[in-house]
Design a protein around this ligand. Structure first.
Ligand code: NDP
Ligand code: CA
Length: 324
């Protein structure tokens, strides 16, 4: 028997006063690049991960166990190459509705015995939200279409009566592509600006923009231009995981940590962005320590992806007009 998987704690950030209450329960949001099965076995070269731990037979249950442990209301995934045969049917049985957008030229298709293209998936709990609109976006850069995508959905929250827009994306990987990522981020921000200001029509214009959550594997460290674009956009977005730090201003040291033949790579690439004027982050799932991750890094028998899942509970702030 393998030792138990290290536990991750839900932490309340010190700098936040809670807004949630009985009539305003928080919304649990999960962000996770689950590692495409075809890439993990066929392309990534995770030399310190046992082959057996990389098999779909093994990983499928590890991924589902992690999702089921936290039962998010909103689940944003990247590198999904088992949507139709696994995630859609299983999540449907658990009360979720899903949407999937494959990459136009997924690198999974180059792998022998692949299970189709990988892409982004967005699931929401049907008892909590009703779907208002869906946008399947192919991200552009300098007016040209790229191989990266995003899904943006707007919901009506059945419990609070409030609107919420959620987006999921996976930006271009690798160093040398910083300018492309920045342009993709600019394109996504522009689409989200339009979606959050127009949805709901006249009434929304009077109420102000729809609160927004953007989850993604941005493939960009906080020092990159695309991060700066997101943190300084007119949409008023903050990165939730900064709240785990003592000063509330620092991202975690890593969200992915792996060893390839080219060497070890430990970096912060994944984010949950939220509208800081309309939403408040009340709890965050902590990041495993270096000791918990272990010397072989990710993925492993305990962690089915090379990326860590991010999870937080977010609640609506009181609307200004309701405070009057
Ligand atoms: P990206 O560069 O964005 O990366 C694709 C995947 O590779 C990501 O999931 C990424 O994971 C992973 N990755 C990142 N670094 C490494 C690494 N060092 N070793 C192995 N995997 C890594 O890919 P694109 O979307 O730009 O697609 C590139 C591929 O797509 C090409 O290799 C080609 O096969 C195919 N393609 C084909 C086209 C055609 O006309 N037929 C056109 C365009 C692409 P993570 O995000 O977790 O880092
Ligand atoms: Ca990957």
């Amino acid at each position: 028997r393998r030792p138990a998987r290290p536990r991750r704690d839900l932490v309340c950030p010190r700098l936040v006063a809670p807004c949630s209450h009985k009539h305003n329960p928080s919304i649990r949001v999960m962000q996770w690049n689950i590692l495409a099965q075809a890439l993990g076995e066929g392309k990534d070269g995770f030399i310190r991960c046992p082959l057996e731990a990389l098999s779909w037979r093994e990983r499928k249950y590890q991924i589902l166990e992690e999702i089921l442990t936290y039962r998010p209301d909103i689940l944003c995934l990247q590198e999904v190459d088992h949507y139709y045969d696994t995630f859609r049917p299983i999540m449907a049985g658990l009360g979720y509705h899903g949407s999937f957008l494959p990459k136009p030229w997924s690198p999974c298709l180059d792998v022998e015995h692949n299970n189709g293209p990988d892409g982004c998936a967005l699931f929401y709990r049907r008892s909590r939200f009703s779907l208002h609109s869906t946008a399947h976006l192919r991200l552009s850069a300098m007016m040209l279409p790229t191989n990266q995508v995003a899904i943006a959905q707007t919901f009506h929250c059945q419990v609070t009566g409030r609107w919420l827009c959620v987006a999921v994306t996976h930006l271009k990987a690798r160093s040398g592509w910083e300018r492309l990522r920045s342009a993709q981020g600019a394109d996504l921000l522009q689409s989200l600006q339009s979606i959050t200001s127009h949805c709901g029509g006249q009434k929304q214009a009077e109420l102000g923009a729809i609160p927004l959550v953007v989850c993604g594997d941005f493939n960009a460290e906080p020092s990159e231009d695309v991060y700066r674009r997101f943190s300084s956009s007119p949409l008023g977005l903050s990165s939730a995981y900064k709240l785990l730090s003592c000063d509330g201003k620092t991202e975690p040291a890593y969200t992915t940590w792996k060893i390839r033949p080219s060497g070890e790579s430990c970096s912060t690439l994944d984010y949950i962005w939220y509208s800081h004027d309309a939403l408040s982050v009340e709890t965050l799932l902590d990041i495993p320590t270096e000791e918990q991750i272990g010397p072989d890094r990710l993925p492993s028998y305990h962690y089915p992806s090379d990326h860590l899942s991010l999870l937080c509970d977010i609640s609506f702030r009181e609307e200004p007009h309701r405070l009057l």
